[in-house]
Design a protein around this ligand. Sequence first.
Ligand SMILES: *Cc1c(COP(=O)(O)O)cnc(C)c1O
Ligand SMILES: [Zn+2]
Length: 500
Amino acid sequence: MKLDDLPSDIRSEILPQHTGRLIYRCLGCGREFGIEELIYVCSDCGQVLLIHDLNFERLTKIAGTVWRRIFDYRKLLNIPALKGIYRYHEFIGPVIPLDAVVYLGEGHTPVVEANSFLQEKVGLQFYFKNDGQNPSASFKDRGMASALSYINAMVKKGKVSDVLAICASTGDTSASAALYASYLAPHIKSAVLLPHKKVTPQQLSQPLGSGARVFEIPGVFDDCMKVVEALSEDYNVALLNSKNAWRILGQESYCYEIAQDFEYEVSNMVVVVPIGNAGNITAVMSGFLKFLEAGVINGLPKILGVQSEHANPVYRYYLEPDSKKRKFKPLTVKPSVAQAAMIGNPVSMPRVIHLVEKYNQLAGSQRVFFVEVTEQAIMDWEITANRNGHIACTHGGEALAGLVEANHRGITAQNDIAVIKSTAHALKFAEFQEMYFEQQFPPEFNIKPDSDLINAPVYVQPKDLEHLPAPGKPLAGDDFKVFVRRVSDEIAGLLDLKKR
Ligand SMILES: *Cc1c(COP(=O)(O)O)cnc(C)c1O
Ligand SMILES: [Zn+2]
């Protein structure tokens, strides 16, 4: 639809007018910094930063009903810059000119209701939101679209040139960073650091295919992160990890979409996310808070953060009920099928602590919860979901297992509606499904495949069949007829088919 075809009373609001006054604010000492420079931590106290809009107050003057119409009408337009995360421009990056927006098709991922069989098994109405259907097949594209649109805006203004974007990754951040940086070639180049043998072959192929410089480092993600931090302190590079507060802004789009997907009525919802470096849950809390403050929504949903018991520092932190006694302890992770979340020292932990308190306070009661799940539960639930029409990755399985755990513990109420984030596409983590089906899990995972869920291809080659087709050597005549007959009879036998 064309802008001119929209109702006249809303037309002037559709193209973003609001200019934010964005600043970085330190979570430790509160010091503020201008956004003209790409910085990641406070130069005074070393803490992480969040981006705030000093003009946010102005957004609260617009009625919630007007905001909802703005977002809903933007959906009808064919303006690429407003098709992705910047449909919510005023809340995500109100300093990014529309012509600097990098849009590669991210965001507005499908929300798919579970079938009645699965809902009954879980005991709650729930949906998957398939963030694996983003361009690089994970939700990381939301934050990367924001970070690279910002860098692009700086390049266009002539503030920076020849940027080398760099990140450490458990696989998906690097795939996304390399993809978005490659779109801005030759102005921007990228380099990624991966823990050797700790990303899947699909994840390794992605930055290679996008033309990034790829470095593999011994150890786990936490080790890579330290190297990247040292590089970004000493050298002139743009850090694309979620330490970069622009990533968080972009990832807020996930919850704005949930609000829009559910007609802005989210008070009875449970938003379930897996936690690794904790950028995702930070963004979800921050985004819902902003929508509440602006009156776009009228209440806050519950938020459920899920961790594997093999990588559970956030869960452990919140085990202590007395907030004054809580003390964060980084821990050494064990192998997890939720490999992208195998992080013992989450960069965004200070942001989580800050936002959980604010979220619960504004909600008037505890609305953010954390649970841990076993590796076994992650695999069983992933496969169960996918046998019922979903495309969940292991982290989607983790989130579903977390919802089941939350049900058992009474965190959810009967009438709650859950939205589970499948953070990546199932295909990225196919090797864990393969280990499950072939009963090949190394003992440290502690996973015993359920025989009802195992699946394997059956090779059909009827005995004493004399002639078989081969590539470049097709069968002909009677040989071919015999081959087709015998093979189809054998398959019919295996499937127990009845004759017509
Ligand atoms: C990055 C990632 C996570 C963890 O998200 P955080 O923001 O680091 O907590 C979970 N699942 C997948 C597939 C990821 O790529
Ligand atoms: Zn500070």
